[in-house]
Design a protein around this ligand. Sequence first.
Ligand SMILES: [Zn+2]
Length: 161
Amino acid sequence: MSPDPLTGVVAAVRDPEIDVGLGDLGVVRSVSRTGARIVVRLAPTRLSCPARGEIARRVRSALTDAAPGHGIEIVWERGAWQPASVTSAGHDALRTAGYRVAGTAARCPYCASDDVARAGRFGGAVCKVPYDCRACGSPFDVIGTAGCAVLPVPDVRQGGS
Ligand SMILES: [Zn+2]
């Protein structure tokens, strides 16, 4: 079964907080179309939880443009998101925004130093782990997963040497 072309429409919707498509964030689980009904399954990152209303609005808007006249249902699959689902483009966008995905080597997103220290506790309701860079002094966050488990994920190869 090949994915519905509308999957690409949903994957291209930008995350409201980070300038990256939902597909690159690993948020899009499936998009299926039955008759005049579209069901979108999304796996929210903990980071995106507060932005879910806005994500849903953007997904509906994009689908309404791409497939007018369809009923749209958005299903949130809690806990389904995995850091391994983030593409290398997603990693790049997250790093640009000052985040690291848990499981990748902690490295300062600003100066690329690995002389960083975890800055205490997990960050509240949104699952971010604060770090401080000792080289340039910048604070940055590492995104965990549901329940703040830090899962080992394959490192995303960076370009260059
Ligand atoms: Zn730094």
